[in-house]
Design a protein around this ligand. Structure first.
Ligand SMILES: [Mg+2]
Length: 115
């Protein structure tokens, strides 16, 4: 991932865009790109959405949007000085403790976490 991040940072620096990379605007950009993932599924039934992700059009469109989301996550981690590997490891440990398999297996709601 380091090479990818280096490429993204170089892309920004070469265009003199660092001046625009404020925390506010990067967070907005991340949210907008995540919304563009949702846009692909708007007005579809559950079954249509499952078919869409398997289609060539769906794969191409969703790949591009997920790449856009990852771009902003990586760029934000760079400017916020967040070690994403460490952050994800910490978050997974937290999630594993919050949702022990024996208590949540096969359950999709969050009732257990609120008890
Ligand atoms: Mg996009």
């Amino acid at each position: 991932m380091d090479k990818t991040l280096e490429r993204i940072v170089a892309f920004v620096q070469e265009r003199d865009w660092e001046q625009f990379q404020t925390p506010k605007d990067m967070a907005i950009s991340l949210s907008l790109e995540a919304s563009e993932v949702l846009e692909h599924f708007q007005w579809m039934t559950l079954e249509e959405s499952r078919v869409y992700v398997e289609s060539a059009k769906g794969k191409a469109g969703l790949s591009a949007e997920l790449a856009d989301v990852l771009y902003w996550v990586l760029l934000m981690s760079h400017y916020f000085k967040v070690d994403l590997q460490e952050a994800l490891e910490s978050k997974m440990l937290h999630n594993e403790q919050k949702y022990p398999i024996s208590k949540v297996i096969g359950r999709h709601n969050n009732k257990y976490a609120r008890e």
